[in-house]
Ligand binder design. Sequence first.
Ligand SMILES: Cc1cc2nc3c(=O)[nH]c(=O)nc-3n(C[C@H](O)[C@H](O)[C@H](O)COP(=O)(O)OP(=O)(O)OC[C@H]3O[C@@H](n4cnc5c(N)ncnc54)[C@H](O)[C@@H]3O)c2cc1C
Length: 396
Amino acid sequence: MNSVDTDKYSLPVRYGPEMRVLVVGGGIAGLTFTALLQQRGFKPTLVERIPEYGSVGYVIVLWPSGSRILKGLGVYRDLLDVGLQFTTYNVSDEQGQMLHSYSVKSVTEKYGPMLSTYRPDLIDVIKKAVDPGSIRMNTTVEKIDQTNDEVYVTFSDGTEETYDLVVGCDGVRSKTRNMVFGDVPLSHSGMNGWSFWVKPSIAKTLQIAEYWGTGKFFGVWPTKGRLSVFTSIRNDARELDPVESRIDRIQENFKNFGGIVPEILEGLDDPNEIFHGHYNDLIMKKWHKGRVVLVGDAAHAILPTAGGGVSMAMESAAVLADELSRADSKYIEQSFESYMTRRRSRVAKIQTQSRMMGKYVFTNNRFVSSARDFLMRFYSNKFHIRYWDTMLKEPI
Ligand SMILES: Cc1cc2nc3c(=O)[nH]c(=O)nc-3n(C[C@H](O)[C@H](O)[C@H](O)COP(=O)(O)OP(=O)(O)OC[C@H]3O[C@@H](n4cnc5c(N)ncnc54)[C@H](O)[C@@H]3O)c2cc1C
């Protein structure tokens, strides 16, 4: 079925928190959404595929528009404890010559701090706002069938349950999306890269340091007590990245880079501690079908080049929770539409920005990258901050 025909709805109507809600995926969006529903009196169930939360992940930067959601959940102080506020970021060319140092102070003074956190720390913080009894770890969804009235779900442990709605928060390769919407292709940006932690003995910086080369990017991102690296190279082929030769490949790609890059590269010793990924995003016309709706990367994955994907996932979770708080089981599709209407253009803006950044910052055209480096010297703080200011003042 494609949509719910409300005339055919034949069950007693459930209002707001009475609705039976299943959340698939307990990452950033799923946990935020579950906590917000519980705060409103709902009793959702959350299923998470992994057996337990681990230590996988690097640095995540949260905009004030995302982190402020945690104020309402009573865990913002915990976030301040684990996060690092940054005020400056420095852009250099590949030799390490500073092109521009940008201050984000005028934005943070107005809207609140930009915080970098270690992803598992952020998960722990949000989890504090979620009733642990509502989370089923080591569980996924095997089958989803829906009628006009309900959704029937079969879980990986063989159990079956009936819901008024299912919310897919299961990330960029969402199985929920695949089961309900079919195969929706991701858009490959032509970029891939590695993320890893910098050895603690190596040079420290408390500010973000980016090195822009031709078709190559090397970013050093601090969080509390440590530094992580995020790199990118432009390479349209979706090459594999065998672990055994991973370090050689990173060192080869960035061998001409200056600044603190050589010292960081020399310190690489364990390829298993280095994550490799291809950078994709996802633009879907519709984020809901019948009684199933998608949130976060499952609906609108964003390239890492604009650094706002996590905040967008949290904002979307907050807007859907808000819409559901005044919805009912009969007219559920209307609340999904309102959710999309409130979110679509904002998400599209950042997707466009991150694609544009990818094109110019990661260009592999030497002429364009030289022109970029020259122009960066004149690209003032005021211009640079305007994008964030516009995004942060927009109502959500
Ligand atoms: C382990 C991990 C590490 C990451 N590290 C970084 C990082 O260092 N830097 C960065 O910028 N971004 C990172 N990301 C991505 C970033 O967290 C997301 O882009 C962003 O937070 C959007 O949130 P999301 O909740 O939509 O997706 P995610 O945060 O990706 O959460 C999806 C959740 O769904 C679960 N899941 C997936 N499939 C199923 C299924 N079939 N059934 C049940 N559960 C399922 C996953 O285990 C995960 O917990 C990471 C994601 C993951 C999963």
